[in-house]
Design a protein around this ligand. Structure first.
Ligand SMILES: [Zn+2]
Length: 192
């Protein structure tokens, strides 16, 4: 079954956030390494537009989260958490957030791309030049690195594509080198 079909079935072909049936599309909840149905929500054009463009957010539209935040799907819980956090100055979203329970992994995911967080709550991952690193960036190694346990040296100048930011550890990123998943100190990379 393809991803879109799986999500259509799971959601009953309705927006998983507001229940609308209008212009539905699959939204991959960032950061996404590999797109699977678990990482996606089915959203209508209204929800998607407001998720992607913060300046168009209409708080009243998101009263729908009153229902959808109770979804069993972690991807839906993550989007509910992010939108409620964006809107919490309105008052009622904070009340809903106080009731919304996310398990540890889901909460890490919810916080992972900084959406809905105050700037000082977001961990900053900084490369050797002081540039901020984001999930999915490509970087280059600035020195030879001995990869512990893997028995090879990752050479200076080697590219690491599509990096992952290590959870709650702003000194490390993760990525594939020679087909192996390795951890790299952010101070030894340069954003490409
Ligand atoms: Zn919607």
């Amino acid at each position: 079954m393809n991803i879109e079909k799986a999500i259509q079935t799971r959601s009953g072909s309705k927006c998983e956030l507001c229940g609308s049936g209008d212009e539905l599309s699959v939204y991959a909840v960032p950061p996404v390494e590999e797109i699977t149905a678990d990482k996606c929500v089915l959203v209508c054009a209204t929800c998607k537009g407001q998720i992607e463009d913060h300046s168009t957010v209409d708080a009243n539209h998101w009263r729908c989260l009153n229902d959808s935040m109770w979804s069993a799907e972690p991807a839906v819980q993550v989007m509910a958490w992010r939108m409620l956090n964006r809107l919490r100055a309105e008052g009622w979203p904070q009340d809903l957030l106080d009731m919304l329970y996310l398990d540890d992994d889901t909460l890490i995911w919810a916080k992972a791309d900084g959406d809905g967080l105050d700037d000082d709550e977001v961990l900053k991952y900084i490369d050797s030049n002081g540039a901020e690193l984001k999930a999915g960036d490509n970087v280059v190694l600035i020195k030879d690195l001995n990869v512990k346990g893997a028995g090879f040296t990752a050479k200076r100048g080697m590219a690491v594509r599509n990096i992952i930011l290590s959870h709650n550890d702003p000194e490390h990123i993760e990525g594939k080198v020679n087909g192996q998943h390795i951890y790299i100190l952010t101070k030894y990379v340069k954003k490409n």
